[in-house]
Design a protein around this ligand. Structure first.
Ligand code: GLY
Length: 443
């Protein structure tokens, strides 16, 4: 098969790399890709604007692409899947109608309420004055969420009224969002359950190994929210087997309710939900709640997951095509007795991220010995004269696999420290202060 991946982050590097290793894949194209995909065998970067659907369709036809996979949310919400389907091309991802699950927080919160899917209590506001009045009479902490896509910058946790008023000003006035949701802050253990939904209805969705995402910039959940500074799978493996089964059943129920309800609401489109579906969960003392839906896979969770599948010799294409179904159905409980499965992902970010960050510096990763159990996925990089140049806030991630959790984490930290950073292309002016990473991934 010839495959086209849309996107340029670490998620897309990981998916492209994993598919390029499949026996059934002859070549992978990534549009636009990054410095990491440019370095891989059997992967080629393509420079087409993702908003130009007709150019992408022309490329897919000319290059005899058998399957296109969309990585990020923006082209999904923009209807790229609809355009490819109209051109009779095979594409994996939800149509724009289904992508509203991520595209509108107000829609997804109402959807959960209407379908008795457990979530945090919430209120929706289109008027800043009404929202201020509500904040003046409520308790804190609260979570404020912009309604539309906000590139990871639309969620603000407020500890008190002052923070809420300033967040309301930012969301309504500075960022011109027309609608927001204010919801209760839920305490518990966060978990990402990412499903591959592939055409055949609610009993056939495949849950990838659960991951834990480290969302805040600094150690021990302090500092501003980011896209994710690291991930681990399987995060709750230390728990008793019965607890894991209990969680497994509860999460499957949430997925099943979601798929049945969204397919029913969208039945006018004569389609089912197809693509990755990400349940952002909170395991509380009383139950498991859905904090958010994403209509795509997570970043950096995907980097972690592809490393996990690779070391367990599972072909991503088999999961996407639902073939074979039996062996790979329950990835979270197949290893429950041996507990031999740990993957650690640590993101290297540019100083200043998630605010204005440093860029246009160079990285030397040659001291990192990449192997089956250690892989670097690039995010915000570009290859210039065979050198790796930083162009984004999250630059790359180190991903390690081991049967032993402590060893896995040790390996990741040992190797991220081997990456050298230079101000200049000649790599003479070294400056390790240009980058940072969280020191507590895995804890
Ligand atoms: N890591 C969180 C996300 O992808 O939305």
């Amino acid at each position: 098969m010839r495959i086209l991946i849309i996107g340029q982050g670490g998620r897309e590097h990981a998916i492209a790399w994993k598919l390029s290793l499949s026996d059934r894949v002859s070549h992978v194209f990534v549009c636009p890709g990054n410095g990491g995909t440019a370095l891989e065998d059997n992967i080629t970067n393509v420079n087409i604007d993702e908003k130009h659907h007709s150019d992408l369709i022309k490329f897919a036809k000319e290059e005899h692409i058998d399957l296109t996979i969309v990585g990020p949310e923006a082209p999904l919400v923009d209807g790229l899947v609809n355009s490819f389907q109209d051109a009779n091309l095979n594409i994996f991802g939800p149509t724009k109608e289904f992508s509203i699950l991520e595209g509108s927080k107000a829609f997804s919160k109402k959807f959960m309420k209407d379908n008795a899917i457990s979530t945090a209590d919430f209120q929706e506001f289109s008027d800043i004055h009404k929202a201020e009045k509500f904040c003046q009479s409520t308790t804190f902490p609260k979570v404020l969420k912009a309604d539309g896509l906000a590139a990871g910058k639309g969620v603000i946790i407020c500890q008190n009224l002052d923070e809420a008023l300033s967040a309301l000003n930012e969301l309504f006035n500075s960022k011109s969002h027309s609608k927001i949701v204010i919801e209760d802050f839920i305490v518990g253990q966060e978990l990402s359950a990412i499903y591959i939904c592939n055409f055949r209805g609610p009993t056939y969705e495949i849950c990838l190994p659960w991951t834990k995402d480290y969302k805040s910039r600094d150690e021990y959940n302090s500092g501003p929210n980011t896209g994710g500074m690291g991930a681990v799978s399987h995060p709750i493996l230390e728990n008793h087997k019965n607890t894991i089964f209990k969680n497994h059943i509860a999460i499957e129920k949430l997925l099943s309710k979601t798929i049945v309800a969204i397919n029913d609401i969208m039945k006018r489109t004569k389609q089912n939900y197809v693509g990755f579906l990400y349940l952002g969960l909170m395991i509380t003392k009383r139950d498991i709640k859905i904090l958010e839906y994403n209509c795509r896979s997570g970043d950096p969770e995907t980097q972690n997951l592809m490393m996990n599948l690779h070391n367990n010799e599972i072909d991503l294409l088999d999961l996407i095509e639902n073939n074979p179904l039996s062996k790979t159905r329950d990835l979270n409980i197949i290893d429950i007795d041996s507990k031999k499965n740990y993957v650690c992902t640590i993101v290297l970010a540019a100083k200043g991220y998630p605010g204005n960050y440093e860029k246009d510096f160079f990285l030397d990763i040659s001291q990192v010995n990449q192997s089956k159990s250690l892989k670097i996925f690039h995010s915000g990089t570009k290859l210039i004269n065979k050198k790796i140049k930083s162009i984004g806030g999250r630059i790359l991630s180190i991903n390690t696999y081991s049967e032993n959790k402590d060893e896995c984490i040790r390996l990741a930290y040992e190797n991220i420290k081997k990456i050298r950073v230079f101000k200049d292309e000649e790599m003479t002016d070294e400056d390790s202060e240009l980058v940072f990473f969280r020191e507590d991934i895995g804890q």
